[in-house]
Design a protein around this ligand. Structure first.
Ligand code: AOF
Ligand code: ZN
Length: 482
């Protein structure tokens, strides 16, 4: 009997240790000694049975009803309900500890009185960011469940095709969610996609209030998720930390609304606006820190694009050279198909995908590129270049939701003119090159007068090593009504 008693205890303790939940572990020990001291063996066994397991707290039927098709296979493959842990299902974030998610502001955390809707939404935003790089082209979403002033569960969308944040959070719950408030950075979905509607699990869980960061512009949701929750008597508050939630998913919002990638135009220039000397030499305008930052940006984007002029002049590789970072798909705008077959881009097409956007339809000229593993995209001509809106749509169809446009100046102008640029990253070196013939960051015919200039909204400035970064948004209303 004593052996059984010990085994039960050890099993339960193991859960907390595995989760690094030392607090629960020590509380359990305290209760255990209390039980040992005071109770007869029969009672001691019962006392230990009552010790709560960290997770899951949801009834098995609840879990079974709300686990999607993909997750069900994991769930059914010999894994008992008791042993189910969302962390294991994905295995993607070993270091995930719910409490660390918002550990940056100690004073804020220690003051219970400050814990309002904004506080919990900020926590959900911090969680959502953990999905960066793993969930695209879907959104980064975080969810926090609060009951009686305590966070009782939280989760985030971890991997493309996996649990949505709300579902992960509710299945992760340590106690019944009934009567609680769910904070979620994006309106809960109400459609069957890779998982069933999140509105179903929320309604079933008995949550009393749902606080939403922004509406979901996905036409399959678009306000209906909120309406369904309201129709079931759940109080819904929308727009808490709205600006931050919009910023969090600016790529998703743009992509889902337009079907085109979110394009960031990036260039490095001197203080007099030159990207190379009159001789054409451009290595290097900015210092090492700025160049490292560019590689980080490459790692964050799904595509990196240059014009044929840059490809011919620099023979670049366009890969991300940071350890552990995946290189984006490389795209060259080459209307007349002039890219040399011997270029580094073509020669590495089998290791890092290369797409060539071209108006050339001559099969004999296209074939050698395809033989080297390049993908060719047919795009009609426009003013000597390519119709960039057509190209962007074609890239969107290939699930490329973000592009870093790295020049040159002709393509930069054409992209701005075509209205396909959303953000501009300008690295500015404290140098002056001078020279009337030295190229600038944006070429083309240019605007006729200052009034006709492209208007940007400054979002962020930052020194990067010995250089300076200015980040601006091209003014557009594309996702302002979320
Ligand atoms: C997510 N994660 O946490 C939430 C999403 O492709 P599916 O079936 O996973 O559905 C994706 C859509 O679900 C997405 O476009 C968005 O509208 C909605 N919410 N998506 O990937 C989440 N909450
Ligand atoms: Zn959902």
């Amino acid at each position: 009997m004593m052996k059984l008693f010990e085994n039960m205890l050890v099993m339960r303790m193991a859960y907390w240790l595995r989760d690094n939940d030392f607090r629960s572990f020590f509380i359990a020990w305290k209760r255990f000694f209390h039980a040992i001291k005071k109770a007869p063996l029969r009672m001691r066994t019962r006392a230990i049975r009552k010790l709560p397991l960290k997770r899951p707290r949801m009834a098995p039927e609840f879990c079974a009803r709300h686990i999607g098709f993909m997750e069900r296979s994991v769930f059914m493959s010999g894994r008992s309900d008791e042993n189910y842990r969302p962390d294991e299902a994905y295995g993607s974030d070993e270091n995930y500890r719910p409490d660390e998610a918002y550990g940056s502001d100690e004073n804020y955390r220690s003051d219970e009185g400050c814990r309002n809707d904004e506080y919990y939404m900020q926590r959900a935003i911090a969680l959502a960011r953990r999905g960066e790089g793993a969930v695209h082209p879907n959104p980064m979403v975080g969810a926090v469940l609060v009951k009686d002033g305590r966070v009782i569960a939280e989760d985030y969308h971890r991997v493309y095709g996996g649990f949505h944040a709300e579902r992960g959070c509710l299945l992760n719950c340590r106690e019944p969610a009934k009567g609680g408030t769910l904070y979620v950075t994006l309106e809960p979905c109400c459609h069957y996609g890779k998982t069933p509607p999140c509105t179903d699990i929320i309604i079933d869980s008995g949550v009393r209030r749902v606080v939403v960061g922004t509406k979901d512009p996905n036409p399959l949701v678009s306000g209906r998720g909120i309406q369904i929750l309201k129709d079931h008597g759940i109080e819904v508050v929308c727009g808490v930390c709205r600006e931050e939630c919009l910023e969090l998913n600016r790529i998703f919002f743009h992509y889902i609304r337009t079907g085109m990638p979110y394009v960031t135009l990036k260039y490095a220039m001197t203080m007099d606006g030159k990207t190379a000397a009159a001789s054409g030499k451009s290595r290097w305008i900015t210092g090492e820190a700025a160049r490292h930052r560019v590689h980080e940006e490459r790692g964050r984007h799904r595509g990196i694009m240059v014009g044929i002029g840059t490809a011919l002049a620099d023979d670049p590789l366009l890969t991300c050279r940071l350890e552990g970072q995946k290189s984006p798909v490389r795209i060259v705008c080459d209307s007349a198909l002039r890219l040399p077959l011997s270029s580094k881009l073509v020669q590495t097409a089998r290791q890092t995908p290369l797409m060539i956007a071209t108006a050339c339809t001559d099969e004999a000229r296209r074939a050698p590129y395809m033989a080297e593993g390049c993908q060719l995209i047919n795009v009609p001509r426009d003013d000597g270049g390519l119709k960039l809106d057509v190209l962007m749509r074609a890239l969107g169809e290939r699930k490329i939701d973000s592009i870093l446009l790295e020049g040159g100046s002709t393509l930069a102008w054409s992209a701005l003119k075509a209205g396909v640029v959303q953000r501009v990253l300008a690295f500015i070196a404290p140098k002056i090159l001078g020279g009337c013939q030295a190229p600038g960051a944006v070429g083309g015919p240019g605007a006729e007068s200052p009034d006709a200039a492209f208007k940007l909204k400054l979002r962020h400035t930052e020194p990067v090593g010995c250089d300076f970064l200015m980040e601006s948004e091209v003014i557009s209303d594309v996702y302002r009504d979320c």
